[in-house]
Design a protein around this ligand. Structure first.
Ligand code: ADP
Ligand code: MG
Length: 348
């Protein structure tokens, strides 16, 4: 498969009054043409900073201390600001969580969708507006010709997110980064937006990096899943590996806290006890150890390496060391997933 993006050993720090926050601590992954990679983890685990690093959309106090981000073999971290402007919104574009703050309330939506074309390409205004109309139709805005003149507040939340997606794809980017694009939306609209992204992927062939804190959403859209904790990927594999053969106790915890449509007692949400570590002063050993009921002595001392589970499936947990005691995943996650399938959820 064609690798279009390779992130290698990324480290991102933030300078704060209290010291240096080590937000990203050695993240590596790649993205193949046409695939969807999901990055999943609790709030604060470093998902947004990972993808914002790709486009260098970071706060002023950020320092990309180490690593490389190769896009078709070219290191984006070595590019000038001007070089990055040619990539952003054109080759790689991003959809943010809150559709309202991504749209300009004072500008008709047609102009907003056409704008990236006018910035990046030598197209006439007329052609750009024609393309905007076409893309608005593609994302499912009814009667786009007439509605191009309307302002963001004249649309529903779900429609606004469709408009944000239209802006992101109007230039047919090679990579679309969606940072919790459905979190602010209600469940039905969430499902519609996921379906839309899948459809767009087929139509325009874009690769997607999809960020969410909700593993349930991942099943329907991702080819591969990376589970993130305290600035590291703790497990990654195909969507089937992560759902049917998860190895990291943190992944077990996320699976167990997956919301299901069934709210019966046996199936209620089990959130993971405890809180993530303070990244001002990351622990010496495994960052998940204090919340891990299977933690061993070595977890306090040393960070686990990646152990290979199967081809393309890796997990960083000492439980996979040949000398570790054999621990089975909790039965509740199996039940939860069976229930999920029964209720109509599907794994890609
Ligand atoms: P997620 O998207 O997974 O919720 P983020 O990537 O936004 O998490 O944040 C990762 C970590 O980086 C968090 O601990 C957050 O507090 C820290 N962080 C993000 N931006 C800044 C900043 N500008 N200054 C200091 N710390 C930051
Ligand atoms: Mg985030």
């Amino acid at each position: 498969m064609d690798k279009i993006l390779e992130v290698k050993d990324l480290h991102v720090n933030f300078a704060t009054y209290n010291g240096t926050v080590q937000a990203i601590r050695g993240v590596s992954f790649d993205l193949n043409a046409g695939e969807t990679l999901a990055i999943v983890g609790e709030s604060g685990s470093g998902k947004s900073i990972t993808v914002r690093s790709i486009l260098q959309l970071l706060a002023k106090n950020a320092d990309i201390a180490k690593g490389s981000i190769l896009y078709h073999g070219d290191d984006l971290l070595q590019k000038s600001e001007k070089g990055m402007d040619n990539i952003r919104g054109n080759k790689i574009s991003m959809i943010f969580q809150d559709p309202m703050t991504s749209l300009d309330p004072t500008m008709p939506i047609g102009k907003q969708v056409a704008e990236p074309l006018l910035i990046h390409n030598n197209v006439s205004k007329k052609d750009a507006m024609a393309r905007a109309e076409e893309v608005l139709r593609l994302v499912g805005i009814p009667n786009p010709k007439a509605r191009m003149k309307d302002y963001p507040h004249q649309f529903s939340g779900g429609q606004r997110q469709r408009i944000v997606i239209a802006i992101a794809i109007v230039d047919y980017p090679e990579i679309l980064i969606a940072d919790e694009p459905t979190t602010a939306l209600d469940v039905t609209v969430q499902a519609e937006i996921i379906d839309l992204l899948k459809e767009l992927q087929q139509k325009i062939g874009t690769s997607i990096i999809f960020i969410t804190h909700d593993l349930g959403v991942v099943a329907g859209i991702a080819d591969r899943v990376a589970v993130m904790y305290a600035g590291k990927f703790v497990e990654y594999g195909s969507v089937n590996d992560i759902f049917y053969n998860p190895q990291h106790p943190y992944t077990w915890g996320l699976l167990d806290s997956m919301p299901t449509l069934d709210t019966s007692e046996a199936n209620r949400l089990n959130s993971i006890p405890g809180t993530p570590p303070n990244l001002l002063n990351p622990p010496k050993g495994d960052a998940f150890a204090p919340r891990n009921k299977y933690a061993m002595e070595i977890d306090e001392e040393e960070q686990p390496p990646y152990f290979k589970v199967s081809k393309n499936h890796y997990a960083a947990t000492w439980l996979l060391h040949p000398n570790a005691p054999k621990v089975d995943p909790p039965a509740s996650i199996k039940k939860r997933f069976e229930k999920f399938k029964e209720l109509g959820g599907s794994v890609k």
